[in-house]
Design a protein around this ligand. Sequence first.
Ligand SMILES: NC(=O)c1ccc[n+]([C@@H]2O[C@H](COP(=O)([O-])OP(=O)(O)OC[C@H]3O[C@@H](n4cnc5c(N)ncnc54)[C@H](O)[C@@H]3O)[C@@H](O)[C@H]2O)c1
Length: 315
Amino acid sequence: MGISRVLVTGGAGFIGSNLVDRLLAEGVDVDVVDNLVTGSLSNLSSARAQNTARFSFHKLDVCDVALEEFVGKKRPDVIMHLAAQIDVRSSKVDPYYDAKVNLLGSIRVLEAARKAGVTKVVYAASGGALYGDLAEVPTTEDCEFAPISPYGISKATVLQYLKLYRDLYDVEYTALAMANVYGPRQDPNGESAVISIFGSAMMKGDDVQIYGDGKQTRDFLYVDDAVDAFIKAMDLGGGLTINVGTSQETTVMELFDEMAMQIGYTKKPHFAPARAGEILRSALDIRRARDHLGWEPWTSLRNGLSSTIEWMRDS
Ligand SMILES: NC(=O)c1ccc[n+]([C@@H]2O[C@H](COP(=O)([O-])OP(=O)(O)OC[C@H]3O[C@@H](n4cnc5c(N)ncnc54)[C@H](O)[C@@H]3O)[C@@H](O)[C@H]2O)c1
């Protein structure tokens, strides 16, 4: 399919803005919709500076009915839907807001796509939030969904809407169930971005807090690799939820040690009680991504951390 125009929701955020830069580099015209609740225009400064004719930004809430008119006017070939309330803990405090943005906002995006005849929606799903704690690790997409937060439920429910809109209205989709993504532009003030939280504390010489014994594992994926999966999913992987991770489990303690070594941080971590509801092991099986997207990650954790730390030092 010849794709010349893509709409990115949440394009002023961490993953979205990295995706925007890559799309522009691929020669695709890009429109961003974002209400800037966590994203920022500074994330889009290079896109704005270099591509005045091929790039536009629109401050808009994805829940707003005006999105439908906007998509009808722009007529993108593909919508990359990343706008979301991303904080798992906030979703427990305010499940109504989480469902409004993550579920109703996604339905708005699908309605806009249907009415404007958009060919495909690529959705930012969440591997960690879908499969819960009982899954075999690394976890395949066939594992039963067992979300343990309102965020996980919203994200899982959108997958059913995507399938329905494909069956009823021929709006194609691919849902990318991402692992823990890290890299430049991730907000250290968020609750869950462990790498930017550790990095920011270590660079200031502050104490670093680890919840639990540090043996819990996560699958850390560098943002350029995540973005590459979105690019491949513009054409491939129709009708599928596809895990996007590394298949590798890294303990929080291993992460701490590697970051401390690269930053030159010599303090020991402080251990605090484990947080309720936190899953102990997480890593995603990525065979489906290899088979259907021809995708696999190419960035080692060491190299990804080094690029992230360099960015944190410069910003
Ligand atoms: N970061 C990760 O590790 C990870 C893992 C799995 C899935 N995801 C998913 O990837 C997507 C992007 O996450 P991120 O880490 O870049 O987060 P982010 O907070 O940096 O990006 C989300 C963007 O959406 C925007 N937004 C929020 N509510 C909106 C609304 N109602 N209308 C319009 N814009 C709105 C925010 O301003 C922000 O720019 C999210 O859908 C998230 O659930 C992220």
